[in-house]
Design a protein around this ligand. Structure first.
Ligand code: GLN
Length: 231
């Protein structure tokens, strides 16, 4: 344990609806990220107060030191490493495109010409969609959270959504009315972040706690709890 974190309480920002990483069940914040940060805190002797802010809002709160850390299925990217310090990676991810279940027109990026797609403001999905929009001739609309994006696609206001594939897969598996139609794009792994140069003891404790949860099997138990497919 890191003596510097013992007994400390840290304020942690997260996304609102990003199942299975963070979402509400019976009003309670739950998910892989929530279990991870709470179990790491317990393992390392500190406490956390979780703030469900939304993804972009959480990153802004971190930049302005309104929160001590962010865990939000947040990808470790080169651009973000300029302004944040990241933990060791804890989950591999990447971006994929999904459309409404009954959509037979859009089967790949080439079908997006003249269309509007949706992505989360400030996310890797948005960055990826913007990186190919000129080549394929579509418009990217930014929304704040995944649930609103999926509703936008189902309502027909946009033809496709770009989001992280584990999150899309989890929702699709729960019959959320979407289907994925493209290959997964290689993406960055998720990490816990602190503001650059701030709370180094918290970052160190996160890494130590994560390693211990991997060693004692708790990390795998958390993943299995949320990712195991029903038989
Ligand atoms: N992994 C993506 C990113 O970091 C999306 C995270 C999220 O939507 N919570 O940009």
């Amino acid at each position: 344990p890191h003596a510097a974190v013992t007994g400390e309480n840290y304020v942690i920002g997260t996304d609102t609806t990003f199942a299975p990483f963070e979402y509400r069940e019976d009003g309670e914040l739950t998910g892989i990220d929530m279990d991870l940060i709470r179990d790491i805190a317990a393992n390392q002797g500190f406490t956390v107060e979780i703030k469900s802010l939304g993804f972009d809002a959480a990153l802004q709160a971190l930049q302005s030191n309104q929160v001590d850390g962010v865990i939000a299925g947040m990808s470790i990217t080169d651009e973000r490493e300029l302004i944040f310090d990241f933990s060791d990676p804890y989950f591999d991810s990447g971006v994929q495109m999904a459309v409404a279940e009954d959509n037979t027109e859009i089967t790949g990026y080439a079908d997006l010409v003249g269309e509007t797609v949706v992505a989360k403001r400030g996310s890797e999905g948005e960055t990826f969609a913007n990186s190919i929009k000129d080549e394929y001739g579509f418009t990217v609309k930014a929304l704040a959270d995944s649930a609103t994006m999926y509703d936008d696609v189902k309502a027909g206001n946009s033809v496709a959504v770009f989001d992280d594939y584990p999150v899309l897969a989890y929702g699709i598996n729960q019959n959320n009315g979407l289907k994925s139609v493209t290959e997964k794009e290689q993406g960055s792994s998720y990490g816990f972040a602190v503001n650059k140069g701030q709370n180094p003891e918290l970052l160190a404790a996160f890494n130590t706690g994560l390693a211990e949860l991997k060693d004692n099997g708790e990390y795998q138990t958390i993943l299995d709890t949320y990712l195991e497919q029903p038989a």
